[in-house]
Design a binder for this molecule. Structure first.
Ligand SMILES: Nc1ncnc2c1ncn2[C@@H]1O[C@H](COP(=O)(O)OP(=O)(O)O)[C@@H](O)[C@H]1O
Ligand SMILES: CC(C)(COP(=O)(O)O)[C@@H](O)C(=O)NCCC(=O)O
Ligand SMILES: [K+]
Length: 258
């Protein structure tokens, strides 16, 4: 079995794969100061509840965009799983050429997400990840990572709205009954949902124009389901793109299997 970690700025997504099948997945808050011992405790509990044992794990892969969180996970994998983790980053073979000016700059989460989108939907494809940031990752017709877009995420942008406007409350992220809100909460829900859906549609149209191709669009991340309800350009929602992409990159590096 393969254990994969996608460490984002807000949450750490963990998956257990048997071959290509994601058999379990968990979502923890990202805590950069969590120690290797604490990782051991947390995963022991999760494994026990899933009826799994550390000894069944024969490989691990990590994509981390929070540098201080990485070392403890690596230590946990080496010590408790007795395995050398594959950390996605410079020098790792992903099978996808990167057209960023400086390929080292691209977040590992974006690369594995793009790899999974390409594998599942072909090329060209646009993967959107609604996490702390909203990221668009573009895979061109030749299957290369063409670059993309980084925008303020739905959660943090909304947080800024009520932090900076005294009379605005925290609102639930829901689809309001109409676009024209008749109370504060509905007005904010409308602005959030249709604002971010419009952002997606506008950016996707421009990307397609620049690519000169009708790339398909797959969305992932916390707000993917919500925004896709109002977006006209999102073709599919897949909550596990990054975890699947991690497994693919692992296979491409450690070909003996997972
Ligand atoms: N369980 C939750 N309930 C509400 N909001 C959440 C939850 N988990 C994450 N979020 C919000 O989602 C955003 C991060 O999404 P996530 O997919 O975890 O991002 P990342 O990949 O950057 O860690 C944050 O703005 C956070 O406030
Ligand atoms: C863009 C990101 C902040 C997204 O992180 P997330 O929202 O998933 O926590 C992350 O991928 C990152 O730090 N990237 C490095 C810069 C880049 O990709 O160009
Ligand atoms: K992410």
């Amino acid at each position: 079995m393969l254990l994969v970690f996608d460490v984002g700025n807000t949450s750490t997504k963990i998956g257990l794969l048997q071959g290509r099948e994601l058999s379990r997945h968990w979502d923890l808050s990202t805590q950069a100061d969590r120690t290797a011992d604490e990782w051991g405790i947390v995963l022991e509990v999760l494994f026990a509840r899933a009826g799994r044992k550390f000894a069944e794990v024969d490989g691990a892969a990590i994509a981390c965009v929070v540098p201080p969180a990485l070392a403890a996970i690596e230590r946990f994998v080496r010590r408790d799983l007795r395995s050398e983790p594959l950390v996605v980053g410079p020098g790792v073979h992903t099978g996808m050429p990167i057209r960023y000016e400086n390929p080292r700059e691209v977040g590992a989460d974006r690369i594995v997400t793009a790899v999974a989108a390409h594998e599942e939907y072909g090329a060209p494809v646009i993967a959107i990840d609604f996490g702390t940031a909203t990221t668009f990752d573009v895979v061109d017709a030749a299957g290369a990572y063409a670059g993309g877009v980084i925008a303020p995420g739905v959660g943090i942008a909304t947080e800024a709205l009520f932090e900076h406007a005294s009379r605005l409350p925290r609102v639930e992220m829901l689809r309001p009954p109409r676009v024209i809100g008749r109370n504060t909460v509905q007005s904010m829900q409308s602005g959030i949902l249709y604002g971010f859906a419009g952002q997606v549609d506008g950016i996707v149209r421009r990307i397609r124009q620049e690519l000169g191709a009708e790339a398909r669009v797959v969305a992932t991340g916390t707000y993917a389901e919500l925004v896709s309800q109002a977006s006209e350009t999102i073709d599919a929602v897949d909550p596990f793109l990054a975890l699947k992409g991690l497994a693919t990159v692992y296979r491409r590096n450690r070909a003996t299997g997972s």
